[in-house]
Design a protein around this ligand. Structure first.
Ligand code: ZN
Length: 340
């Protein structure tokens, strides 16, 4: 019970990529970059294991960005044709590639990375992929002109990839859908259906991560507009509770998400954010334990996974390491109280 995990990403080492950036440039190239990415996976696994994290990830070390890493091997996207578009309902501008034809996975995207990670840890392994709605919301489109139809096409490509990763022995496959917090109507119309399509037929435990984004200014400014209670999960969680997705990862500590919204996820595993990624202040184990105890009013400890609020990619590396240790220590405190 109370198995710890992370939302997905960890900071990259300074010898591999620019640090403290959401979209870092690589510092190596060619064969040296490929070797560097593998070494960074080893370091990320070791960091989590040493900290006491139970379900580990590759720290998303081999990809530059959580959405566009997957898209690099999807045909139908013109990466030369970059356009500045407003994303997440125009919350911020991003320079995005353009969909110019039917999208199709042109080959395995993350298979080698997963097999490498699998061979180098005995811990349970989780792998993260972007969700269909978030992909659709992070691309310019000149082909589908229908977000729901485009999401289903990406769901098909994601499912092919997920089935490969499943066969490679990953125990948890998580789809990141921060866009679910922005487009409530579309979530109901086609977002959940596309997510279920992406996650269908897997042996691995399926998960969806929904958050309020990295701690960048555009996001913290947006959060200021959301009032004293962030209730975006209220419409999404009942739909997820009825879905085939097994786990839901949510933002909690230091957020204004009312805790009782977790009660809408009856029957699901809940990955509760007990580490703030928008602040470099390292939580104490007591603070983490407090967040876990608060969540236990709504989620049984067997179904509760202490986690980070979101990815840690843009943080200083030593801060992320200290936060992982606090997460594991906080969970251990509560486990002790429960007599396990
Ligand atoms: Zn997130």
């Amino acid at each position: 019970m109370l198995r710890t995990t992370i939302a997905g990403s960890l900071p990259k080492p300074g010898w591999l990529a620019e640090t403290e950036k959401l979209w870092p440039g690589w510092r190596l190239e060619g064969a040296a970059l490929a070797e560097g990415k593998r070494d960074a996976i080893l370091a990320a696994l070791k960091l989590q294991e040493s900290a006491g994290i139970d379900i580990v990830t590759d720290g998303e070390q081999p990809r530059q960005h959580f959405v566009h890493g997957f898209l690099e091997k999807v045909a139908g996207i013109d990466f030369q044709k970059r356009q500045t578009i407003g994303i997440r309902k125009d919350r911020y501008k991003a320079v995005c590639p353009t969909v110019t034809g039917p999208v199709r996975r042109s080959g395995s995207v993350h298979g080698d990375e997963v097999r490498f990670a699998r061979a180098n840890t005995k811990h349970a392994l989780k792998f993260t992929l972007p969700g269909p709605m978030t992909i659709v919301d992070t691309l310019a489109d000149e082909h589908y002109r229908d977000r729901g139809a485009m999401a289903m096409a990406f769901a098909e490509a994601l499912n092919q990839e997920a089935r490969d990763l499943d066969a490679a022995g990953v125990e948890f496959i998580q789809f990141d859908e921060p866009a679910f917090n922005v487009y409530a109507d579309e979530v109901a119309e086609w977002g959940i259906a596309a997510l279920e399509r992406a996650a269908s037929g897997l042996k691995a435990t399926t998960a969806v991560h929904i958050c309020y984004g990295y701690g960048i200014k555009a996001n913290t400014d947006w959060k200021e507009t959301l009032g004293s209670q962030w209730r975006q999960y209220e419409s999404v969680f009942p739909l997820l509770a009825r879905s085939s997705i097994a786990q839901v990862s949510l933002e909690s500590i230091h957020s204004k998400v009312p805790l009782e919204l977790m009660g809408l996820l009856k029957g699901k595993d809940v990955l509760v954010g007990a580490i703030d990624i928008a602040s470099n202040a390292v939580e104490t184990p007591d603070e983490v334990a407090g967040a876990i105890r608060a969540a236990m009013k709504y989620v049984a400890p067997e179904k509760l996974y202490p986690c980070t609020n979101c990815g840690m990619a843009p943080m200083p590396r030593e801060v992320a390491a200290a936060k992982l240790r606090a997460l594991a220590a906080g969970a251990a405190l509560v486990r002790g109280e429960l007599g396990r």
